[in-house]
Design a binder for this molecule. Structure first.
Ligand code: DGL
Length: 242
């Protein structure tokens, strides 16, 4: 069984890509909505939260865990790999290199949580592929707003209005692909980049390299939400279209 978690249902944008590649897998998705947002948490706080989730998933028999959250990936992946040597962790990061590969000359807006934008691993990625036409935008509380199904248009109108002539938008939080249409309404015709394809490819590679069975007779999904919110489950399956 493959485990996937995020600070709520945002990671479903990653899970969707995974199912495209592993249509008959057995999965457990852990939506940690009670602790959303992760983006403003301290390192120690977040490691503690994530450690608990990983323990729960391992107790359910999970051998491979996808950290479907940019913030938790950056902050926790080294800690987790060090502590849980028998578990494989697949981490995500903002798809900034994709801009370098595909449209280096384009004006670029990187949207992510404060935790991601300020993380030294992200800053190293940014300096490595910097096209000198990039704006880094910490989107404080946007993931939370998406999680609560709140008024995203108001937020975007207020926070994106000064960014004109943007060509590329890096969605550096797994919640943000859920509001692509709304972002386009404010920024116009932009190219979106996110890390879900890279993560799902890496997952399949790791499963093959480690000879772990992942194709069964049919798709099986268990959904757990830490706040036991039934609406989350409903929304999760709606987005997933399953
Ligand atoms: N979806 C997560 C990410 O990719 C976390 C957002 C949050 O909880 O702040 O960063």
């Amino acid at each position: 069984m493959i485990g996937i978690f995020d600070s709520g249902i945002g990671g479903v944008t990653v899970f969707k890509k995974i199912i495209e590649k592993i249509p008959n897998g057995h999965f457990v998705y852990y939506s940690d909505s009670i602790n959303n947002p992760y983006g403003d948490k301290s390192r120690d706080e977040l490691i503690n939260i994530v450690d608990n989730i990983v323990n729960k998933l391992i107790n359910l028999g999970v051998k491979v865990i996808v950290i479907a959250c940019n913030t938790a990936s950056y902050v926790c992946k080294d800690y987790l790999r060090n502590k849980y040597k028998n578990t494989i962790f697949i981490a995500i990061e903002p798809a900034y290199k994709m801009v370098y590969d595909n449209n280096f000359n384009g004006k670029t807006l990187v949207m992510a949580t404060k935790g991601t934008i300020e993380n030294e691993k992200f800053l190293a990625l940014y300096h490595k592929y910097d096209n000198h036409k990039t704006i880094l935008l910490p989107c404080i509380s946007l993931a939370d707003l998406i999680e609560q199904n709140g008024n995203v248009m108001d937020y975007l109108n207020k926070n994106l209005k000064e960014y004109k002539d943007i060509d590329n938008v890096v969605l550096g939080c797994t919640h943000y692909p859920l509001i692509k249409n709304e972002i386009s309404k404010v920024l116009g015709n932009v190219e979106f980049y996110d890390g879900s394809d890279g993560v799902s490819r890496e997952l399949v590679k790791q499963l093959n390299d480690n000879k772990i069975k992942y194709n069964y007779d049919k798709l099986e999904i268990s959904f757990i939400d830490s706040s036991n919110n039934l609406d989350k489950e409903k929304r999760f399956y709606e987005i997933l279209n399953k």
